[in-house]
Design a protein around this ligand. Sequence first.
Ligand code: A3P
Length: 303
Amino acid sequence: MAEDLNQSGGEAPEFKLFAHQGFNLISGIHSSEVVDKIQNFEIRDSDVFVITYPKSGTIWLQQILSLIEVKGDVTATSDEQNSERIPWMELMNPEKPFESAPSPRIRVSHLAYKFMPVGLKQKKGKVIYVARNPKDVLVSYYHFHKYANMLETPKDFDEFFEKFMEGNVFGSCWFEHVKAWYSHKDEMNFLYITYEEMIKDLRSVVERITSFLGKNLTSQQLNDVVEHSIFKNMKNNPQANYEQVPAILLNHQVGAFLRKGIVGDWKNCFTVAQNERFDKVYQQRMKDIPLSFIWDMSNLITP
Ligand code: A3P
């Protein structure tokens, strides 16, 4: 998640969750007016929207798409942070209006399906939806709440678990987010990928993305995209790791955007009872949707 992060400076605004049409945003960085404008934007065929629920690997896609644009040449991305190169749709910078931005307009967004430009449903532009198993999303989001100054610090994991299950967080309910986007996929030019697939075989996901975008990269260029998108290299890359986001928004003393980058961290946090409860809710809420997730590292090891 975050912001036209580098625009922020000076005194901290008051950050608070507020619901807009039943979807939780954050005051001080989001506004209902901006969100409402998005639907009517004229969409170009070259527009690309990366849609994620928070903590599903948005920053990873910003890096991958930035690198695909420059055919894997990481030096060509050193002049600008990825959050500027591929900004947030819901955090529009009035000095760089979306309407007049040069093509290709590549944007990320955590917004619910109902807010997105109508043109997408007429098969204009492209949508890449990235989903991550929600138990790991919950854990990543818990840690992020301690690190991000624009989010309320949870008392403890148990309290945050309840908030997440109620959808009482920015982005609202994980189940609703993925279900709404996925169930409308046939209306759009839509690519669905998961965080876990990227962990398992990043190169094949990068190939799927490049072919979806109609880009031709050589094998070496694909290798370069992959190499500069692996966790350790992103963590050390100031354009890619959000370390330049001002302290008003992120407390770099207590955390890092690239935290662990693994599958199955939920096992270190969930109690048995929480896990059972989560599974029950998951089965109920996801029963109509043909999606499955990889829940731990052992599922990633191919025999
Ligand atoms: P963890 O907190 O579990 O480590 P988002 O950008 O949507 O907020 O997602 C952030 C999550 O994606 C963090 O998860 C972060 O570590 C993980 N992530 C980002 N880049 C990654 C990469 N190259 N490899 C693996 N995980 C990555």
